[in-house]
Design a protein around this ligand. Structure first.
Ligand code: NAP
Length: 487
């Protein structure tokens, strides 16, 4: 752990094992922080933040640019560590690490644009100014599916706006964050401005959330954990920025470019082995093209190459853990029990002797209310449903507690605009797929969370508004200051 500018073990001497999901071997351990150590990290951040906010954003940006350079210098090493702890194919890890560098650059470039407002007053010789100040100490809590990019997307806007941070990675994938913090240290970030503590959400995470020092909790993860965090944060009314679960619908209509829609649909569901919050988690196909599209889709899915994620030529690595694979298996079993048709996959690949691998699986269903359609699967399993009306497809798409990403494939402008306005999801990919881009706001409707990441809107979430009322007249007066006094 890195607390107050020093690398440290935990007093508890308890550790967390980091397992390579491709071979099930423990290859690293990290400390399990005590609550006292988390408090110490928060106090260090609180003390460092006072000086950090006095440094001009342009000078703060220099550290962020250096971190981006160092990430690029170490890109290959970082990508290999990421793949070892998370299981995604190496080419995806390289993209993610580059994405982490870009986040630091993107927000460093905002140094001269943390803009407030200057407004006229209702009274003579007065000015109103709205400032955007740092919140103070930010607790960052991240998931395992993008262990490098999600933390970068939190650290960069938090730091450029003058906050200090204590960050806690997922217990499944702590190494990518630790490596990033090492680079921040190498970049010379002042002591205490960035700290990393490792441990479980229920202990280390809870201490970060409930401690009075924390001004903002920025968390990416499941809706279930997000709700608990909101509840715990309410004790001291800490601000929360929550990027939670998704259940992205993908609609293909009869006028779409079928070949392109097919390629996109395979990527949208199966990149990162289906473990992406914006992954297409259910497909709605126009009845007219369903048979043809589904059979071509099944063929493409079968052709995906499952394998050792460090090897070139692998499309799909393992799932991150045995638990996550078990969840995917349970979904498939329930679908079988309910009489849904397994078109492709549906089991562990027999050729992989070790690792948490699962076959990419396509299931045809007719039940909009089934768990496959309603619950987040977060693995390489996709339910497909036929629909005979575009409005019904939209209605089904919106029938979800989640509201992060959505996909529509059609060349009809009317349908495009309808989708843009009526599909109530925070992102709409039209004839296109993710990942999301830095300048876009990553945000969601309903139980997908609160606030946004990326873009200028993401930056604003790390600032506290403050309005200053200034009087600059030689003979100040206000008509309402007890007008009858002394009369
Ligand atoms: P998770 O189980 O909710 O964990 C996320 C992080 O929260 C981990 O660091 C976890 O710690 C911590 N945590 C859990 N309970 C906590 C609590 N009560 N207080 C404080 N911290 C707590 O999620 P995950 O399984 O890692 O990630 C998958 C989920 O993330 C999916 O639902 C996916 O949709 C979502 N996700 C959303 C986005 C988005 O942008 N909307 C992006 C990526 C992922 P430990 O695990 O170490 O105990």
């Amino acid at each position: 752990m890195f607390i107050d500018g020093r690398w440290t073990e935990s007093q508890s001497e308890e550790t967390i094992k980091v397992i390579n999901p491709a071979d099930e071997q423990v290859f690293a351990t990290v400390p399990r922080a005590t609550r006292e150590e988390v408090k110490h990290a928060l106090e260090a951040a609180q003390s460092a933040q006072k000086k950090w906010e006095d440094i001009s954003p342009v000078r703060r940006a220099k550290y962020l640019f250096s971190i981006a350079d160092l990430i690029r210098r170490d890109r290959e090493r970082l990508a290999r560590i990421l793949t070892s702890e998370q299981g995604k194919p190496l080419y995806e890890s390289r993209l993610e690490v580059e994405g982490a560098a870009q986040n630091f650059e993107f927000y460093a470039e905002y140094a001269r644009r943390i803009e407030g407002d200057v407004l006229p007053s209702d009274y003579d010789h007065q000015t109103i100014m709205i400032l955007k100040l740092p919140i103070g100490v930010v607790a960052s809590i991240t998931p395992w599916n993008f262990p490098s990019a999600t933390v970068a997307r939190k650290l960069a806007p938090a730091l450029i706006t003058g906050n200090a941070v204590v960050t806690k990675p997922s217990s499944n994938t702590p190494l990518s964050t630790i490596e990033l913090v090492k680079l921040a240290d190498e970049a010379g970030l002042p002591r205490g401005v960035l700290n990393v503590v490792t441990g479980s959400g229920s202990e280390v995470g809870e201490e970060l959330v409930t401690n009075n020092i924390t001004g903002l909790i920025t968390m990416t993860g499941s809706t279930e954990a997000g709700k608990k965090i909101m509840e715990n944060a309410s004790g001291h009314v800490a601000k929360v920025l929550l990027e939670l679960g998704g259940k992205a619908p993908l609609i293909v209509w009869n006028d779409a470019d079928m070949e392109w829609a097919l390629k996109c649909a395979v990527w949208a569901r199966f990149w990162n082995c289906g473990q992406t919050c914006i992954c297409a988690e259910r497909m709605y196909l126009d009845r007219e093209i369903k048979e043809k599209f589904l059979s071509a889709f099944a063929k493409s899915v079968k052709a995906l190459r499952i394998g050792e994620p460090q090897s070139p030529g692998t499309d799909l690595g393992p799932m991150v853990s045995q638990n996550e694979r078990k969840t995917a298996e349970d979904f498939v079993q329930r679908a079988r029990d309910e009489g849904d048709k397994i078109i492709v996959g549906g089991s562990e690949p027999s050729r992989m002797k070790k690792g948490y691998f699962y076959e990419p699986t396509v299931i045809e269903t007719t039940n909009q209310k089934s768990s496959l359609i309603q619950e987040e699967i977060f693995g390489p399993v996709v339910p497909v449903m036929e629909v005979d009306n575009f409005d019904t497809a939209i209605e089904y798409a919106n029938d979800s507690i989640y509201g992060l990403a959505s996909y529509v494939f059609t060349k009809d402008n009317g349908r495009v605009f309808k989708a843009m306005h009526r599909i109530k999801f925070g992102e709409c990919y039209v004839n296109q797929v993710g990942p999301e881009q830095l300048q876009g706001a990553h945000t969601g409707f309903r139980q997908t969370g609160i606030g946004a990441e990326g873009s200028k809107y993401g930056l604003e979430c790390y600032t506290q508004l403050k309005t200053c009322y200034l009087d600059w007249s030689d003979n100040p007066s206000l008509p309402y200051l007890f007008p009858y006094r002394g009369k």
